[in-house]
Design a protein around this ligand. Structure first.
Ligand code: SF4
Ligand code: ZN
Length: 738
């Protein structure tokens, strides 16, 4: 906290504790030490005090002990310009405030009549009484579970009042739409409260509408913290008195924040400092000193000067709240069932991109404040502007932002467009990057589908599926040739940078590799060790993908492997990798070579794009991919080979690989690499031509391509040997394979 806030909070806390002590002394005088005190229908006593300290307040006579606890927590009021380097004193003052508020609110139940409505979920409509006070345990169980199962992402504790009734309604609506509970307490310095503003506008208040008015005093805000504390005790299995467990549970599980509307005085500073203990930041519309460095809260502690119109968005951003959008708001249906749908020419309203035009999609990230979440724009003709059966160029421009977003995630999210857009009924999507080809059906058009709905889909799905990294999604669709060309040029530049980023990385200079154990579901001992120069054998996971996947899902199938000391540079063996592979393979294997087909080669599951096999007679290797079904020189077609090699085994002489790996410098480099490659299916060879030419240059065999046989030259090992001598294959000169 900034120095200023800390002093204000400490000053405020002293005033509050003094006031509550005064009230307590009066109450003791009036009712005596044995007078029972309790909140309605709860087993948690005064919940903040009980949750944090384990101390049970059951009688008025128990309260002086709590006042003593407050005094012990309270730091001295700092001198005017005192140097306060730590948050600690402010947090302690905040906790003292919370204990004192717990007492103060409990004492209200001694009053006759009680200032709170008899405990129920909804305030009566009939009079001005709207305040509900503390929730009982029935409400806690019913509502608290929503925080646990995710149907309520969190709560906003609103203190003070909006600038007018309309703004209050708008703020409440926005929070309601996001399923966030609104807990209301306190009033502004003119005695106006947010809850009363809503009441005036005829908004229905109560737990059922998630708009919960606790009380008009700022002290009633303690019922929000009491609710959070009890939720940790009830649902988190946290023991009373385990304050750090309780606070951590709330910080990590209950996404709450405080909206301080209008003036913030010392008392409200003290309350805000209290909430920071739970990891709940305060967002204010007034100019109070900001507390930006992160620490206790997941993000900033206090953010000020946010206009009321933007305060909800800002709060969600600061607290890192993840919003789930359950319904994809487009005409027609959405779901995986529509992914395989085809749209024939006569059924389509429009074709976008494809071979007769130009189509691309591009996702990249920007700073949080430069992306407007949920903004969808169409620039150029929309579906109404084309005749049925028409054609448009298309550029789908996706701007992403997120606290935890990293540039490396961009291609992963961009690759999602295909399955995300395909999920809409009447939308066909093929390709990626600059080979996008789409069709929209007449039926979809007639039901109201327009280009902006691409935005709706991408926004909703990216929030849902990548909420851990994506906070904001903005989508622009271009359909003018000139715009498409202009933006495509920008995208192409980024794509080549992305390709080079991994191309520039080498295993030697990378300390951390990644595992992939996704395939253990059917090959229980299989582990892919993914290095910058060796992607997973399925071709779907390169090193950057694994790293991103780990960031998105830290307990998922891609785990970092610190490679540790080198055991054997040539074979590609490291201590860290072996230490990982043992347990990860269920102790089926002790060592893994990243670069060898002969000594402890990596295991193969079943989804390899291709298989490398040794041709010992030829002193060479061959590669066969899935698409080639004919006989191969090793004596087995792909299908038989796959049965031999797969299933999570190490099979020296054979290894499953991704096609991309063939172009890597580390491609079976322990046995001499691509220089040994003597046979490929023709189609695969053509597909890999650029790669082979490049590698040929690098190893000093520029005509390597022409020296590799295909099924047109050879289908037996003898024929391969004959071909090799004919062309002078470099493997003939290499040391023996075994
Ligand atoms: Fe992961 Fe692919 Fe390896 Fe399976 S084959 S474990 S999906 S990298
Ligand atoms: Zn697999």
């Amino acid at each position: 906290m900034s120095k200023l806030i800390i002093s204000s909070a400490i000053r405020g806390a002293h005033a509050i504790v003094d006031r509550v002590e005064g009230k307590l002394n009066a109450a003791l005088e009036k009712y005596g030490y044995d007078k029972e005190v309790k909140l309605p229908n709860t087993g948690y006593y005064l919940p903040v005090i009980y949750g944090m300290s384990g101390f049970k307040v059951e009688k008025l006579g128990d309260m002086p002990h709590v006042i003593k606890m407050c005094r012990d927590l309270l730091p001295e009021v700092p001198a005017e310009n005192a140097w306060l380097p730590y948050l600690g004193p402010g947090l302690d003052a905040g906790m003292a405030t919370c204990f004192a508020y717990d007492l103060e609110e409990a004492m209200k139940y001694l009053d006759d009549p009680c200032p709170y409505l008899p405990m129920k979920e909804d305030p009566e409509d009939t009079d001005t009484d709207i305040w509900l006070g503390a929730a009982d345990d029935i409400i806690l169980r019913k509502r608290g579970v929503e925080f646990v199962d995710g149907s309520a992402p969190g709560f906003a504790a609103i203190v003070g009042a909006a600038k007018d009734v309309e703004t209050a309604v708008a703020i409440a609506k926005e929070l309601q739409e996001k399923s966030i509970y609104v807990f209301m307490a306190g009033a502004n310095d003119k005695g106006v409260s947010f809850a009363e503003q809503l009441k005036e506008a005829g908004v229905q208040l109560g737990w059922n509408t998630r708009l919960v008015p606790f009380g008009k005093d700022t002290s009633a805000a303690i019922h929000a913290l009491g609710f959070a504390t009890r939720a940790a005790l009830t649902f988190g299995g946290i023991k009373p008195g385990d304050f750090s467990g309780n606070l951590m549970y709330n910080k990590n599980r209950v996404f709450a924040f405080v909206l301080a509307l209008d003036t913030v005085d010392d008392e409200k500073y003290a309350a805000a400092a209290g909430a920071i203990n739970w990891g709940f930041p305060t967002i204010a519309d007034t100019d109070i000193p900001e507390v930006l460095p992160t620490g206790i809260c997941t993000y900033e502690h206090v953010v000020s000067n946010i206009p009321q119109e933007e305060i909800v968005t800002k709060a969600i951003e600061v607290r890192g709240l993840k919003i789930q959008i359950t319904k994809i708001d487009i005409p027609g249906s959405y779901g995986p069932a529509f992914e395989g749908e085809r749209i024939k020419k006569d059924a389509m309203h429009v074709e976008l991109g494809g071979p007769k035009s130009m189509g691309f999609e591009f996702a990249y990230s920007k700073p949080l404040d430069q992306v407007e979440d949920g903004k969808f724009t169409v620039i150029g003709p929309d579906l109404d502007d084309v005749e049925a059966g028409g054609l448009l160029p298309v550029g789908i421009w996706i701007e992403l932002a997120g606290r935890k977003f990293q540039e490396d995630f961009e291609p992963i999210l961009e690759r999602q467009c295909h399955h995300l857009l395909n999920g809409a009924e009447g939308v066909l999507h093929i390709g990626q990057r600059d080979i996008v080809w789409m069709r929209i059906s007449k039926k979809a058009y007639e039901s109201g589908f327009r280009l902006k709905h691409f935005g709706t889909i991408l926004h909703a799905k990216m929030h849902n599926e990548f909420g851990a990294i994506v906070d904001k999604v903005q989508v622009t669709v271009f359909t003018n040739q000139a715009d498409v060309e202009k933006h495509l040029a920008v995208a192409r530049k980024t794509w080549s940078e992305r390709d080079n980023r991994l191309a520039d990385m080498i295993d030697e200079t990378t300390d951390t590799y990644y595992s992939c154990t996704l395939c253990q579901s059917f090959a229980p001992t299989h582990v892919c060790v993914v290095t910058p120069e060796r992607p997973g054998l399925c071709g779907a996971y390169n090193w950057l993908d694994c790293r991103a996947s780990y960031e998105i899902n830290p307990t998922g199938p891609n785990q970092p492997i610190p490679k540790g000391d080198v055991i054997d540079e040539r074979l590609g063996q490291w201590k860290g990798v072996d230490a990982f592979v043992g347990p990860a393979s269920g102790n089926a294997f002790e060592a893994f070579s990243a670069y060898s087909i002969m000594e402890s080669p990596m295991t193969s599951c079943g989804c390899f794009e291709a298989i490398v096999s040794c041709l010992f007679g030829a002193n060479a290797i061959m590669v066969v991919d899935r698409d080639y079904t004919g006989e191969t020189p090793c004596g087995m077609p792909f299908s038989t080979l796959a049965g031999t090699v797969g299933g999570g085994l190490q099979t020296p002489g054979f290894v499953g690989i991704s096609k991309f790996y063939i172009g890597s410098k580390k491609f079976v480099s322990a046995e001499g690499g691509i220089k040994r490659l003597a046979w490929l299916p023709k189609a695969l060879k053509e597909q890999l031509k650029d790669m082979i030419d490049k590698r040929g240059e690098e190893i000093g065999v520029p005509d390597l391509y022409s020296k590799i046989a295909t099924e047109e030259n050879a289908t037996t090992e003898e024929e391969v040997i004959a071909f090799m001598s004919e062309v002078g294959h470099p493997a003939l000169e290499m040391p023996p394979l075994m």
